[in-house]
Design a protein around this ligand. Structure first.
Ligand SMILES: *Cc1c(COP(=O)(O)O)cnc(C)c1O
Length: 430
């Protein structure tokens, strides 16, 4: 495979952009090799600067759930751009998107638009602190909530991949207000809550983490958090930046039947444009400026082009609920195909899957939290990643990420994914 242009662009990029990329995981540091530079994408495939095609299992880290260059979303963007790329003032599409979100995610009574998932989670904890008049926040090891200071403590995703879960530059003062517990460990959460009684503003969690690979909540865990938050007057925040509109139109909270107080959204919500949002209980959301005292603002928030793209994608998902059963079916086919291949090679690696989120962990142990996720053979993951890439299958470049299946992945793609895995195991064992 000729990737000369990507190599050349990466060299130039490194002179002017830190590490040559605008987001760390893209640099392929954890898996080896150089990143690929893309020129266009359509449906299930992305095409690089040298014209190579890749079957895409990242889908822009989630947003492209309907595949690349979806016609409905594209048309909405074109139409909005002609109106003007930005007003910096209210417009119709903000109202319509807010109405649609509250319809799809019933725990959200009011919602504020921002420009990224990071902004959404940062704003949500500020709001929880302002509302409860408490300072501390509890998060879970291996969960990723964007790059806000309070969250770069035992953080998942790129922070875990780069081996810097606790980033330099986060002050001691900030770090001491972030409390930690292992995912799925309700007893530990109760302990931490008891020893910080009356001081915790919020518990923030990815209800289905995708940022330490895909990990599932044990039965009773999310329910337990809900009751604990009710008892202690703690704001329960579901960070559904990844799982929102992916696991169901109402996100993980619909799947597990639990109502958080606040929800953060991103990724799919913008149809590929930079959008985030936070919303939830009306009495809490009314604390946000200008209705309430907690300040939060954005020059480009509610941008008409971004709102139009998000509205087009979300309304499609809302009107076509079979999307979710189809996505799950495709993902299950991949899961079963992989499991067959593992059996054939007498291997017992762990796989976690729910809806269109799926991860293969190079370990025989069950993976249910960050500790168990870290037991994986990341070097073997690197080989597996590079083999797939060389064979035109573009996987997330880290053990600590989930795959994101799109509706454009069909039978032919599923076969290719499974065959490539079989070939990888054949050559790595031979
Ligand atoms: C991606 C992600 C974020 C951060 O969103 P950005 O748009 O990258 O800032 C936050 N929380 C979760 C769960 C995510 O997956």
């Amino acid at each position: 495979m000729n990737i000369a242009t990507s190599k050349e662009l990466f060299e130039r990029a490194q002179d002017y952009i830190p590490g040559g990329v605008n987001s760390p995981v893209r640099a392929f540091k954890a898996v080896g090799g150089d990143p690929i530079f893309f020129a266009k994408a359509e449906g299930a495939y992305m095409y690089d600067e040298d014209g190579n095609a890749y079957l895409d299992l990242i889908n822009s880290w989630g947003p492209m759930i309907l595949g690349h260059a979806n016609k409905q979303v594209e048309e909405a963007i074109f139409k909005a751009v002609i109106g003007s790329p930005s007003f910096g003032a209210p417009s119709r599409m903000e109202v319509e998107l807010a109405e649609l979100i509250t319809e799809m995610v019933p725990s959200i009574e009011k919602v504020r638009m921002v420009n990224s998932g990071t902004e959404a989670t940062m704003s949500a904890i500020r709001l929880a602190r302002g509302f409860t008049k408490r300072d501390k926040v509890l998060k879970f090891e291996g969960c990723y909530h964007g790059h806000g200071d309070s969250f770069l403590i035992a953080a998942g995703s790129g922070a875990a991949t780069m081996g810097i879960p606790n980033s330099p530059g986060v002050t001691e003062g900030t770090a001491k207000d972030t409390l930690l517990a292992p995912f799925n460990d309700l007893e530990k959460v109760k302990e931490v809550t008891a020893s910080n009684k009356g001081e915790i503003a919020a518990i923030i969690i990815e209800p289905v983490p995708g940022n330490m690979g895909c990990v599932l909540p044990n039965s009773g865990f999310l329910e337990g958090l809900r009751s604990l938050c009710d008892e202690e007057g703690i704001v329960l925040i579901f960070d559904e930046v990844m799982s929102g509109f992916r696991l169901a139109k109402g996100g993980a909270q619909e799947v597990y039947g639990i109502k958080p107080d606040l929800t953060t959204l991103g990724k799919i919500i913008g149809g590929g444009m930079p959008v985030g949002a936070y919303g939830g209980r009306k009495d809490i959301m009314d604390f946000v400026s200008p209705q309430g005292p907690v300040y939060q603002a954005g020059t480009l928030s509610g941008n008409p082009v971004a709102m139009a793209a998000g509205y087009a994608q979300l309304s499609y998902l809302n009107e076509n609920p079979e999307v979710y059963t189809d996505l799950e079916k495709t993902t299950k086919q991949i899961l079963e195909g992989y499991q067959k291949v593992l059996k054939k090679h007498k291997l017992n690696y762990t796989m976690n899957q729910i809806g269109s989120m799926i991860s293969l962990f190079f370990t025989d142990q069950k993976v249910f939290d960050f500790e168990t996720a870290k037991s994986c053979d990341t070097e073997l993951f690197g080989k597996y990643f590079r083999f797939n890439l060389e064979n035109g299958v573009y996987l997330p470049p880290s053990q600590f990420e989930t795959w994101f299946i799109s509706t454009c992945i069909g039978g032919e793609e599923v076969q290719k994914i499974i065959q490539t895995f079989d070939q990888f195991l054949k050559q790595s064992q031979g």
